[in-house]
Design a protein around this ligand. Sequence first.
Ligand SMILES: [Zn+2]
Length: 112
Amino acid sequence: MDKNSEIKNTGVVEKVANGAAGIIIGVGCGSLLIILGVALSLSIIGAIFGIPLVIIGLGFIIGGPLAGFLVRSAECPYCKNKISIPFGRKAIDCKVCKKRLLIQGKRPVMVE
Ligand SMILES: [Zn+2]
């Protein structure tokens, strides 16, 4: 299987996939927390834990897709393969060549 040519033309697809993954993870984790929170809130003592859980769950549902869509595509300076940089990350490892990359601005740079 030729992985390299597969990776090269997937910039847009990757972004959509990341967004979709974010939605699935966000909604999945979020709704689980909300269900748990609502169930706990049925008792007065449970509500102390239940209500924050519902709020965190809502945060997941909103934040998950956002985090997914904020993943940037870039090119590895070592092997020129497409890599995705999750939002807020300062350093990542290239999945293809396993080299450490520092994120400067929007671009990955080589670690000296
Ligand atoms: Zn690489």
